[in-house]
Design a protein around this ligand. Structure first.
Ligand code: KIV
Length: 258
């Protein structure tokens, strides 16, 4: 088993798992010291490209960003999202997962869904591909308004069954996106593998956020996003200083010229 995955599994019930997204080398270089998992999420579609859906992210985009991210990752486990329409059947999934791993040297791929994709998960595992699951809100197949999952008893039963099924078929961890607090707690308690929550309460084994959201670079009003910092303020200060010095011909001085 991948040593980094082993380390993450050992954290269950002992220490919280820290996961953050990255789409580039410079950001992953900063994150890597503090994270257990760095995820090249297909959220890059909305965060970087202003797409109204992650479905518009394609394989080449995710591979190019993953190659950049890889350069900044040393100690964290690197997971890459398989984009929409890249795992419609077992063969397609294996071919594309191998391609992602070949070019980015990622440790694992993440797929959205439970029972519906279980044959694909099984096949990837059979071919030694490390897989992370993703349940709750599934942006790649979601239709209509986003609302949290686990409101009705049938929905709760299905999500719990999906989580157990994914574990049985070899995923090493599952992202729980916007799952009601007590259901997230129940899933986390029932599973031997760690759950990584996003909008799913403190009861999960770890937490993930989109880095651009938490540093205030990407402006969003999603309920579960806490603004831990206002990086825009600091970028603004630097840009204003640059503009000022250029206008006053204070920059570039001889020191910065050839
Ligand atoms: O695409 C993404 O960034 C994700 C996380 C939000 C879990 O899937």
């Amino acid at each position: 088993m991948n040593v980094k995955i082993k380390k993450i599994l050992k954290k269950k019930n002992k220490a919280k798992i820290i996961c953050l997204t990255s789409y580039s080398k410079n950001i992953s270089e900063i994150l890597d010291k503090y994270t257990d998992i760095i995820l090249v999420g297909d959220s890059l579609g909305s965060v970087l490209y202003s797409f109204n859906t992650t479905k518009k992210v394609n394989l080449n985009m995710i591979i190019e960003h993953s190659k950049s991210v890889r350069q900044g990752v040393k100690k964290s486990l690197m997971v890459v999202d398989m984009p929409f329409n890249t795992y419609r059947n077992r063969r397609e999934a294996l071919k594309n997962a191998k391609k992602i791993i070949k070019y980015s040297k990622a440790d694992a791929v993440k797929l959205e869904g439970g029972k519906k994709i279980i044959d694909i998960v099984k096949y990837l595992r059979k071919n030694k591909i490390n897989v992370m699951g993703h349940l709750g809100i599934l942006p790649q197949s979601h239709k209509g308004k986003f609302r949290y999952k686990g409101k009705t008893s049938i929905e709760r039963k299905n999500i719990l069954a999906d989580a157990i099924l994914l574990q049985k078929n070899g995923v090493f961890s599952i992202v729980l996106e916007c799952i009601e607090t007590t259901l997230a707690k129940e899933i986390t308690k029932k599973l031997k593998i760690p759950t990584i929550g996003i909008g799913s309460s403190v009861n999960c084994d770890g937490q993930v956020l989109v880095t651009d959201d938490l540093i205030g670079l990407n402006l969003t009003s999603i309920k579960f996003v806490k603004n831990f910092y206002d990086i825009r303020k600091h970028i603004t200060i630097a840009v204003k200083k640059f503009k000022d010095e250029v206008k006053k011909q204070k920059y570039p001085t001889a020191k910065f010229s050839y």
